[in-house]
Design a binder for this molecule. Structure first.
Ligand code: NAP
Length: 270
């Protein structure tokens, strides 16, 4: 088989953990392929896709900030992502040679909570950026109960509830949390270099699960507070590895060795 490769594109991109994840799986499976980080500025997106499309060894690319919306203009939207999630995290060369856009963040977010019975359950989401779109889309498909979205910019939170047809309320950051079965932080708060996310978890019931999408650091102040209250938690690496696994199978045609997740987490600092 010829040497094949895929990439992750973004601006900035040096911090991305995707090359480590995909590189670990490629090596584990003995696939003759590469997965690299590629810096692409917003005005270079068209040239990037034009150059890569001419290269038969290129299988596609993951897409991260700030290209998740604009990359849709450069791919075929066969799954109707524009009218639903509104953002892609993967451009993929398919069998007929077309370049299609898709989103594996939704499946990556959903996998760790797939066993929970969230039908009609109240859910709280913090943040209303790109990651929130994937989360709210997944919640709209699960059929959860009222969704409260807290965000610095409340108008963005209200707009997302409407976009995804979710019943609920938009509140400013700092408003007391309502009781909810699931609390998800999709904001950048708690990330290295950002202020911590300070919330009072006492309104959450004992069965509540706290899910933080932030993965650097892995043990965020939010997760520490949830553990101190004995609540179940899901950290950001679970979604990061989950979305990467779905992308890997699409890019390289075989499922990654998830039985080696512990080794991979250790490599990623978790
Ligand atoms: P984004 O589109 O830039 O959105 C950032 C969000 O954080 C917005 O809600 C923004 O509020 C809020 N925010 C940023 N700085 C803030 C501040 N100083 N005070 C209050 N709110 C602030 O980013 P994103 O793509 O959604 O990513 C958000 C986080 O999720 C990042 O930590 C990212 O690493 C993580 N993430 C993880 C995964 C995973 O697989 N685990 C996947 C995607 C993203 P405003 O709307 O008011 O600006």
């Amino acid at each position: 088989m010829t040497h094949i490769y895929a990439e992750v594109i973004g601006d900035p991109i040096a911090h991305s953990k995707s090359p480590l994840i995909h590189g670990f799986w490629l090596k584990a499976l003995g696939i003759d392929g590469d997965y690299r980080a590629m810096h692409v500025a917003p005005d270079g997106l068209g040239d990037y896709f034009a150059a890569r499309r001419a290269d038969p060894a290129w299988r596609g690319c993951n897409i991260t900030i700030p290209h998740k919306l604009t990359a849709l203009d450069h791919v075929e939207d066969r799954g109707g992502v524009r009218g639903t999630i509104g953002a892609i995290n993967l451009a993929l060369v398919v069998e007929d040679g077309a370049l299609i856009g898709t989103n594996t963040d939704v499946g990556g977010f959903y996998a760790p909570i797939a066993d929970l019975d969230l039908a009609d359950a109240p859910v709280t989401v913090i943040g209303a950026g790109g990651a929130a779109r994937a989360v709210l889309f997944a919640l709209s498909r699960i059929g959860v109960g009222p969704v409260t979205v807290l965000n610095r910019n409340v108008l963005k939170a209200a707009a997302l509830l409407s976009t995804f047809g979710l019943k609920g309320q938009a509140l400013p950051l700092g408003a007391p949390l309502p009781a909810a079965s699931l609390l998800v932080n999709t904001s950048a708060l708690g990330m290295a270099g950002q202020p911590p996310l300070v919330v009072d978890l006492s309104p959450l019931p004992e069965h509540a699960l706290v899910y933080d999408l932030v993965y650097a650091p892995l043990e965020t102040p939010l997760l520490a507070a949830a553990r101190a209250r004995d609540l179940d938690t899901v950290d950001g690496l679970e979604m990061l590895i989950g979305q990467a696994a779905l992308a890997f199978e699409l890019l390289f045609g075989t499922a990654p060795p998830r039985e080696r997740d512990d080794e991979l987490r250790a490599l990623l600092g978790g």
